[in-house]
Design a protein around this ligand. Sequence first.
Ligand SMILES: O=C(O)CCC(=O)C(=O)O
Ligand SMILES: [Fe+2]
Length: 293
Amino acid sequence: MTKNKVLRLQAKDLNKKKINSRKIINHFNKSGVIIVENILNKKKADFFINLLEKKYEKFKHLYFTKKLKAVPSHSQFYFAKNLENLHNKDFKFLEFIDNPITLRLINLFLKQGSYRNSDNIICQNIGARTSISKSKKQQLHNDTRLVGSHFPLIVQVMWTLDPFTKHNGATRFVLGSHKFMKYPQKGKTYKNEQVVEAPSGSVIIFNGAVWHGSSKVVKNSVRRWMVICRYARWFLKPSFDFQKNTPIKTYNKMNKTQRDLLGFRFNPPKDEFSGFRTKQKKYQKPSNYTLPV
Ligand SMILES: O=C(O)CCC(=O)C(=O)O
Ligand SMILES: [Fe+2]
């Protein structure tokens, strides 16, 4: 059996109409992780880092986690700065969810096994995370809440705004572990864990069932911002209620793909007099929302 490896692709090669989809899908199905490099230029990455830092300062005091005694070691909040619901923080963040290169790949991976390989997908979550000085390693975990699924249920896309290195807490993976019929043990280090490094401006795309977690930060004061978009089949629940937390102005500016991805057609109708399908033709406008500050 050949060893599992991370496939590294270049964005410019995927821009072309013709790509070897079969080869990429096969690789993804086997190891569970692929990287696309040079998808975002330095100027843009820096712009978004700056925006994230500003937004973090604005909202950090208000998080629900502040009310908790302890944050679980597998949580996105564990030893990290974290932002959620980027779509309602600045409209510009929405470009991450429907980027043509990533969306093409996500569709290939996540529609497998659906009727005619063409059922809808959603973006369950659009957030950002950075490790901080002295960050401990995050518990290895599976983001899908299920083991042994033949087809992927969840695909995660991490946009590395800063480089991901062995020193600044880059995500570690157990390649191929989406096929295991078990969850990683609490606190255990596995011998085939691999820290996946990537230059800034890349995306690391992985099957959410692959065991993963950020690694320990070994140099202090290093930043590792990423935007993380979690995609799923349309009938799974999003992490937050986009129907209730999207400002109407933001909704009005969104394109159809973005509205589909945030699920504005996939809420069940109120009753059988107003509709008869969970998946509808018409978009349901969100109720208006304003941020707490
Ligand atoms: O920060 C990372 O490297 C991974 C984060 C993660 O896996 C999560 O929050 O679910
Ligand atoms: Fe995760």
